[in-house]
Write a protein of this length. Structure first.
Lengths: 391, 578
């Protein structure tokens, strides 16, 4: 016997999503695959129609709806933010967002795009929460201020802390968009006047997919959503909760100017001859050597460019606490490695320099260094190159 | 008996905005607008390197991304007396110009259209008639009956699924929705097309600034070096790409945005009498002879000025940095001033100490007899001002600039409306479209000028003479002004000992959305809602129409800075973070 409970349970570890190419398997397909006939399906639709108190003429409509229903419900919260994450999301080139929101997911609540305001907006969110409790995706843009008991960010008369806890409780999965939600970003920079914190400081009992960047690349955001929809499960995450597909390499590792770095060719000033030749921007403060992001290989806005290609160093916007790591124009920073796990950028920088000199693949080095001997050799090499750079 | 209606969250805006309005006899009698979120950026940039500040304050807003960055850089360059190369000026113009195209189109279709367009009603449209309608107003090629019937089918499937997504609980079937089904279907098609189009125009920011949102800028010029002989620099391929994007952008504006606005406006002429303000201010922008040229009236594409009491016969001098011109008040905002809390502060002398005294959440109503917003109240010579597209267009028109007169007169003739119709919700929305048309043309001028310079051998993009802080004076102050898409934006900086000593942002939505001043005078949002008819108090459609016509940017509007890094308030409870 098929129960409502079962059909609603579009759980991630099931393979519900392997039917129709992108939209995911529908209830109808799921029922057919389970050995039930179309007749059984229509019976179920009739039952649902009666259950919902609709007239018989609505049966066909309900059946059709069920055939097309499994678009994944999404609640997208907005707290202390500048909305750049939403803006980046709609820039996604592949897939384009019009297709995502019409065909792939059901974006049931987002202050930026939804038609309804006020009570109607909140009602739409609560309808989704009730109907899909345990099954919706929560996306969070913005940090949460803990200062003054949460009074620094209220929506509909409720504090962001309160709202986040409620939305998270019924979420199947939680995505933290951008540096605000993953690290606190600019409002958490010193002196952090509102005591802004990333969402993992408030939600401690659930896995959070961290998608840092100010903002993240649009295609990365769309990619994470598409992964959830088409694979039916979370992407592989590193120990900082970031999808490995997009955050396992440093910008430096995939930078097309890397050969200039290796050859010791640097721009000394903006707009100087070396800058015009596209030499490495390390001396002008580029944080590519300590920043994990996909900018170098995916690039931005449909692959058009990325900061270094357009002549400005990486400011490290997907790194922890990058706002407080000194000027964007001085090198030798001490940015904490993302996730706070490995080492300071200094070490990484030197290690990377050593890696080049030692002919060892840099990403291996950056990913996990355990062999002390190698490390020592690489450090020494790195210090040598550092010295050369100082001159 | 007046009924108090709360609209919170107001959606399809940037930031967090709340409206509490009193309605009786089907009309708005009183309105209070409040922003309920604060971050404290001005406090955060204190003590930092002035060359870095643009990146911090750029994060004020990711929608009008670039606006705050350029303004900040102008403030620093003003303080340090840096003149940037003409190419950098043109590139900044191109970035601001392409931002206008992006921001205004996205505002109209994605933030404002659902106030006027009934998506669900479009399901009953006749695709053939929709095609005829589309072809009667524009040459835009996507206009066949098959195109519209395909879209209709897709929408029908979407609606039938029962999962309405962003369309859930929209104001479909509301009596104030006036478009015929065919116009609704056409506008919905353009909603989706605009969503796809907008990701193209921002590629200009990616080319010059490396990414969008939040492209990179540089004190002294731009970082994107020109090198016609290298794959890394701005070369012929990159520049040709920019040209193509500008042309495509202009096509969409001329063939889709403008015709749609005019077609939709034709059904909503009653809104040409609702939602008007009386004072208008513009700072001017798009410098053609350098940002610091004193003759802004003639060398800026958009002229500066002030219009009082709708009197278009006289444009007042902006006189902006005079010590008595601009002042900010906190009498109704959740901040304190040391000394007289009711006195205004000139921004260079400003201070802000956050002190939230509103109700403890969860709450149903604000106490509007007390302070009620995180937005401060700026005044120009004591007067409230509307800033934004309407102010800019009125300024150009009142000063007799032919380009402005041409687009305005043509649109008014098309709609058969008098000049006074501009002072309205409809006028504000139309002015935004009309200035986009102007900027789309100017962009090509900026581009041609840039190409001329390069052809003539000038490839300078940055002036690095004052890059080193050793060249700076011990103390300096500056102001950066910009016509952001939402209106006049100014950043005020005080530099001491090579560091930021004070920093303040007086932003467009601060002028427009602020609470009332010590004299009890209303700012534009609160003023323009009065007298608006509301068909069903449960459904705030008419309220959000006027609010949206300003294109609110509330994260921008809320700002604080604070003397000597003083503690904002004791943090009483941090247990939630444990």
């Amino acid at each position: 016997m098929l129960t409502t409970q079962e059909t609603n349970d579009t759980c991630f570890d099931s393979d519900f999503a392997k039917g129709d190419e992108n939209a995911g398997e529908t209830y109808y397909e799921s029922i057919r695959r389970g050995g039930y006939s179309r007749r059984d399906f229509l019976k179920f639709a009739t039952f649902m129609t009666a259950f919902m108190g609709l007239e018989n003429t609505a049966i066909g409509r309900v059946a059709r709806a069920l055939e097309t229903t499994p678009r994944l419900p999404i609640i997208w919260e907005h707290f202390q933010e500048c909305t750049c994450c939403s803006e980046s999301f709609i820039r996604s080139d592949h897939p384009i967002v019009a297709d995502i929101i019409l065909d792939k997911v059901s974006l049931d609540y987002t202050l930026t795009l939804m038609a309804a305001s006020g009570h109607q907006a909140e009602a739409a969110k609560h309808a989704t929460m009730e109907k899909h409790w345990g099954n919706y995706i929560l996306c969070v843009e913005g940090s949460v201020p803990l200062g003054d008991n949460g009074n620094y960010c209220c929506i509909g008369g409720r504090s962001a802390i309160d709202i986040l806890k409620e939305s998270a409780a019924g979420a199947k999965a939680i995505i933290a968009w951008g540096s605000c939600a993953t690290t606190g970003c600019v409002q958490a920079a010193k002196p952090n006047p509102t005591n802004a914190v990333p969402i993992h400081k408030v939600i401690t009992d659930k896995t959070i997919v961290n998608v840092p960047g100010c903002p993240p690349i649009g295609e990365v955001m769309a990619g994470v959503i598409v992964h959830l929809v088409s694979m039916g499960r979370l992407p592989q995450l590193d120990n900082a909760g970031r999808p490995k597909a997009f955050y396992s390499k440093r910008v430096h590792d995939s930078c097309y100017r890397r050969p200039y770095f290796d050859a010791g060719l640097f721009a000394e000033k903006f707009d100087d001859e070396n800058a015009k030749k596209g030499y490495c921007l390390y001396k002008l403060g580029c944080k590519g050597p300590s920043t994990y992001n996909a900018c170098g290989n995916m690039r931005w806005n449909g692959g058009v460019s990325f900061p270094i290609q357009s002549g400005h160093g990486c400011i490290g916007c997907s790194a922890n606490d990058f706002w407080d790591a000194g000027s964007f124009y001085t090198r030798d920073q001490s940015i904490q490695a993302p996730g706070g796990i490995e080492a300071t950028a200094d070490t990484i920088g030197k290690v990377a320099l050593g890696a080049v000199a030692g002919g060892i693949a840099a990403h291996v080095v950056a990913a996990n260094i355990t062999k002390k001997k190698e490390l020592k050799a690489m450090k020494e090499n790195g210090i040598d190159i550092e010295k050369e750079l100082e001159d | 008996m007046a009924e108090r209606i709360v609209v919170d969250p107001i959606t399809r805006i940037e930031g967090h905005l709340r409206a509490e309005v009193e309605i009786s006899d089907g009309t708005i009698k009183e309105a209070f607008l409040s922003s309920t979120m604060v971050r404290g950026l001005e406090n955060i940039v204190k003590g930092r390197n002035p060359k870095d500040v643009w990146a911090f304050v750029q994060r004020t807003c990711g929608v009008c991304t670039a606006s705050h960055a350029i303004t900040s850089i102008r403030a620093v360059e003003d303080a340090l007396d840096i003149t940037i190369p003409p190419n950098a000026e043109l590139v900044r113009n191109l970035m601001l110009g392409s931002l206008y195209l992006h921001d205004h189109v996205v505002h109209f279709y994605h933030l404002h259209a659902f106030d006027w367009v009934d998506v669900v009603n479009g399901l009953s449209a006749d695709p053939v008639k929709t095609s005829q309608l589309a072809q009667s107003i524009s040459h835009w090629p996507k206009s066949s009956p098959g195109y519209f019937s395909d879209l209709q089918r897709r929408l029908k499937k979407f609606v039938d699924s029962g999962q309405l997504g962003i369309f859930a609980n929209g104001y479909w079937g509301h009596p104030a929705m006036k478009l015929p089904p065919e116009a609704n279907l056409m506008a919905t098609a353009h909603y989706l097309e605009a969503l796809e189009w907008q990701k193209e125009i921002v590629k200009i920011h990616a080319i010059f600034g490396g990414k969008n949102p939040h492209p990179n800028f540089l004190v002294g010029g731009m970082a994107c070096a020109i090198n016609m002989d290298d794959a890394s620099g701005l070369n012929a391929e990159r520049l040709a790409f920019v040209k193509q994007l500008l042309v495509q952008g202009k096509e969409f504006v001329e063939q889709v945005y403008i015709p749609d606005v005019l077609a939709i406006a034709g059904f909503y002429k009653d809104w040409a009498h609702i939602g008007g303000f009386h004072n208008f201010m513009a700072f001017g922008d798009y410098p053609m002879m350098g940002y610091h040229n004193p003759d802004r009236l003639n060398t800026f594409k958009m002229p500066p000025g002030v219009i009082l009491n709708r009197d278009l016969s006289r444009v007042h001098d902006l006189d902006f940095t005079h010590v008595d011109t601009v002042a900010e008040y906190v009498n109704n905002s959740w901040y304190d001033y040391t000394g007289d809390g009711n006195a205004g502060r000139q921004p260079w002398e400003g201070e802000t100490l956050i002190n939230y005294t509103g109700p403890k959440p969860p709450y149903d109503y604000l106490d509007v007899s007390q302070k009620y917003s995180f937005i401060k109240t700026p005044r120009w010579k004591g007067q409230p001002m509307e800033v934004g597209p309407l102010s800019r267009v009125l300024m150009g028109y009142a000063l007799g600039k032919p380009e402005f007169k041409e687009v305005v007169d043509k649109a008014l003739a098309h709609l058969n409306l008098p000049l006074t119709a501009l002072f309205s919700t409809l006028g504000r929305t139309a002015a935004r479209a009309l200035e986009t048309q102007l900027v789309a043309d100017w962009n090509l001028e900026f581009y041609d000028k840039l190409m001329d310079n390069i052809r003539d051998g000038d490839t300078r993009m940055a002036n690095m003479e004052k890059w080193s802080p050793t060249t700076w004076p011990a103390e300096a102050k500056g102001v950066g002004m910009l016509e952001a898409p939402r209106g006049g934006l100014s950043h005020w900086i005080v530099i001491k000992d090579k560091k930021v000593a004070n920093y303040q942002q007086v932003v467009p939505s601060t002028w427009n959305a602020s609470p009332r001043d010590p004299k009890g005078e209303r700012s534009p949002y609160e003023s323009t809602l009065l007298g608006t008819p509301v068909a069903d108090p449960e459904l705030p459609l008419e309220i959000i129409r006027t609010i949206h016509s300003f294109d609110p940017c509330i994260a921008c509007a809320v700002h604080l800075y604070d003397e000597s890094g003083s503690i904002i308030k004791e943090i009483n409870d941090i247990s939630v973070c444990l």
